[in-house]
Design a protein around this ligand. Structure first.
Ligand code: SF4
Length: 450
């Protein structure tokens, strides 16, 4: 795939570190500033009658994928999982006692790690524990990330029985050479069989996660992967560029012995996937998601209801996300909070009846307004700047950065209306960073923007 001169120039100039803006302020701004009293007050003052979103982190996997950027641990026996589940139940009890009125749970998302490391009865028990403090109904969506290598028929049947509505399967790449390099051997037939089993059990909403820029991946191998993925007709696909951050994830150094696609090839891969998926009938959602026209994400985008949170793009309208488990992040109107990533510290806090929170970021009015602005930009690729005039006054560099981006053709500015151009869309994170007064642009904190 040919890259034109103009795009090459933009790549040279703008392929630099930038946050993914799944939150604002970003996790890089989280400090140790959140007290036990603050956590207690966030739960006690949840807006009455408002639905909440719940997130449960399961930090266990069967083996380590060498590209992995998640908070997880490889375990070979169930004993540590059992011990973690006991703590998780206690953490839910500790927090739940302060939640009044049993708010409706609009969404429960199990992330990881590999949530299907859990025995199905243990997943069910977590749902039941949450059900003591939150109201679950037919309208509650239950999503679960699953590793297809370990998703057997009995687990899928149990998912259906416990009301799981969406399953996200980690695919990344179907090419055997790439799979070997990343230490994730997962033949196409295995994934196909999972998809068929899920559908046979009535679970139609299936997401695939793919990745570009992996070692030994080529445009040709990626084309085969996309073709195979499309042949299974998932409802949604998320296509993330591989984030090589060995200073944070040391095991990623294992990939450095392989040839890695360079910036231009990675860019061409993203462009190829974007074109191919849209030609295959998927709607592009934001910068890295694709959904079938009948999927709720596409409908939300069409109705101007698309949101962005730590899980990526979502149609979940809740203002509050309450996270449980190691490293889980909660989002309240007043603050973000994040649980510790340190297992002994998690155990000590939960056993004492404390919130296992390690850091967070209280939100000022300015942060909340910028959060709205950046979310809108990441979802819609356009903005009415006149609605955010105060923010431009409090961070005046924004105007000069926007002028430069406009000169380079990344955005258009007309009567205070900002539109990210087609050629500028791959640089959306750079545009968002123009509104971020905390962002220093330093190497070593964020993955590159393209
Ligand atoms: S299955 Fe997912 S969470 Fe587990 S090691 Fe692989 S990429 Fe990481």
């Amino acid at each position: 795939m040919e890259i034109d001169k103009k795009t090459l120039h933009l790549l040279q100039k703008y392929d630099r570190p930038a946050p993914r803006y799944t939150s604002f302020p970003t996790a890089a701004q989280f400090t140790h500033a959140v007290s036990q009293d603050s956590c207690l007050s966030f739960l006690k003052t949840l807006p009455e009658k408002e639905s909440v979103s719940l997130y449960v982190h399961i930090p266990f996997c069967h083996s380590l994928c060498h590209y992995c950027g998640c908070n997880t641990k490889v375990v070979n026996t169930y004993a540590p999982v059992r011990a973690y589940l006991d703590l998780l139940h206690k953490e839910i009890d500790n927090a739940g006692q302060y939640v009044s009125g049993k708010p409706r749970a609009a969404l429960l998302h199990f992330g990881g790690g590999s949530p299907n490391y859990l025995k199905p009865e243990d997943i069910k028990a977590v749902i039941e524990k949450l059900g003591e403090y939150f109201t679950f109904g037919a309208e509650t969506a239950i999503d679960i990330e699953s590793d297809p290598r370990y998703l057997d028929g009995d687990t899928i049947k149990a998912y259906a029985d416990m009301g799981v509505s969406r399953v996200s399967l980690g695919i990344q790449d179907f090419d055997p050479v790439v799979q070997e390099a990343i230490n994730r051997i997962q033949p196409f037939e295995q994934v196909k069989s999972c998809v068929e089993d899920l559908r046979a059990n009535g679970i139609e909403k299936i997401n695939f996660d793919l990745m570009t820029g992996l070692p030994l991946q080529t445009l040709e191998s990626l084309a085969r992967t996309v073709e195979q993925a499309v042949s299974l007709a998932p409802h949604r696909l998320s296509v993330f560029p591989y984030a090589h951050v060995p200073w944070m994830k040391k095991h990623q150094k294992l990939l450095e012995k392989y040839e890695m696609p360079g910036t231009q090839v990675r860019f061409a891969m993203t462009a190829f996937v974007d074109k191919t998926l849209q030609e295959s009938g998927y709607t592009a959602i934001g910068i890295d998601h694709y959904a079938r026209p009948d999927d709720s994400l596409t409908i939300a985008q069409n109705e101007d209801r698309l949101r962005r949170n730590f899980q990526g793009y979502t149609d979940d309208p809740c203002e509050t996300v309450i996270g449980f488990g190691l490293s889980a992040i909660s989002s309240y109107t007043q603050s973000y909070t994040q649980n510790t990533t340190d297992a002994p510290a998690y155990r000590a806090a939960v056993e004492k009846g404390e919130f296992p929170v390690a850091r967070g970021c209280p939100l000022t009015d300015d942060d909340r307004a910028r959060r709205r602005l950046i979310e809108k930009l990441m979802c819609d690729f356009e903005l009415d700047l006149s609605a955010f005039r105060v923010l431009l006054e409090t961070f005046p560099q924004t105007r000069s950065t926007l002028s430069l981006l406009a000169q380079d053709g990344i955005i258009e500015l007309k009567n205070d209306h900002l539109t990210i151009t087609e050629i500028g869309k791959p640089f959306t994170r750079i545009v968002a960073s123009a509104f971020d007064p905390y962002f220093q642009g330093a190497e070593g904190r964020h993955a590159r923007a393209v």
